[in-house]
Ligand binder design. Structure first.
Ligand SMILES: Cc1cc2nc3c(=O)[nH]c(=O)nc-3n(C[C@H](O)[C@H](O)[C@H](O)COP(=O)(O)O)c2cc1C
Length: 215
């Protein structure tokens, strides 16, 4: 297989739907809710997965995380505060989120600033996780180098053993939620002939202004 030939020949025509400013709610969060609901109904795989982009010393870094709630306008995900992203986020609070829902030929881009969520929210969510995920979160020194898989499993089994007699596990301080407060949204709908629809919301003086961008 010639990878370049394959890549050049991969081509999808986007014809499912259209998006105009008149179709969009004035409130981007309501527009997000409506598209998210459609992504769930369309059975998109892990529709709450998004690419979280951060800045590390002027260098962009990106990885996938899961949206786990929208609380008072903040888009919340959970992670290890001591991970690489946690360290980067201490230095620079500006982030972007990218959702890709290919079955609907849609992308949403959100930009904003982030802060740690209230510890009660993190505690509540931690208690809702399966015990295995709780143990994994406690045991894994996320983003640190480990020698091999066995070392990682050793951390897990030690944590499991240490907590064998505790019915509930306490959330460790180094694990919790971040909430992103958006100041920019872009809703992208794939269209024919690469003339895609891009509707943007920009926050100016506490109110949202809608516009259209060329594809
Ligand atoms: C579908 C998917 C969902 C993920 N969800 C999370 C998540 O919610 N939180 C998290 O910390 N990592 C999640 N990860 C792992 C991250 O992509 C990443 O590997 C990890 O957070 C370490 O990133 P860092 O070293 O940049 O901090 C997910 C990965 C995938 C592929």
């Amino acid at each position: 297989m010639d990878i370049n030939q394959t890549l050049e020949n991969l081509r999808v025509s986007y014809r499912q739907a259209a998006l105009d400013i008149s179709d969009c709610d004035k409130n981007p969060e309501i527009q997000f809710d409506s598209w998210f609901e459609q992504a769930v109904k369309a059975k998109c795989d892990e529709p709450n997965a998004f690419i979280l982009s951060t800045i590390s010393n002027n260098r962009p870094r990106a990885r996938v995380v899961l949206l786990k709630g929208i609380h008072e306008g903040q888009f919340v995900f959970y992670t290890n505060y001591k991970s690489s992203k946690g360290v980067e986020l201490e230095q620079n609070k500006h982030v972007s989120m990218t959702f890709l829902w290919l079955p609907l030929q849609r992308q949403i881009r959100i930009e904003g600033t982030l802060s740690k969520v209230d510890t009660h929210l993190s505690d509540d969510y931690f208690q809702k996780r399966p015990r295995g995920s709780q143990l994994g979160a406690i045991a894994s020194p996320q983003s640190q180098k480990v020698f091999n898989r066995a070392e990682l499993e050793k951390y897990f089994f030690e944590t499991e053993k240490k907590n064998a007699n505790s019915e509930t596990l306490e959330r460790p301080d180094f694990w919790g939620g971040y909430g992103i407060t958006p100041d920019y949204f872009e809703f992208w709908q794939g269209r024919e002939n690469r003339l895609h629809d891009r509707i943007v919301y920009e926050k100016l003086d506490q109110s949202w202004t809608l516009g259209r961008l060329a594809p």
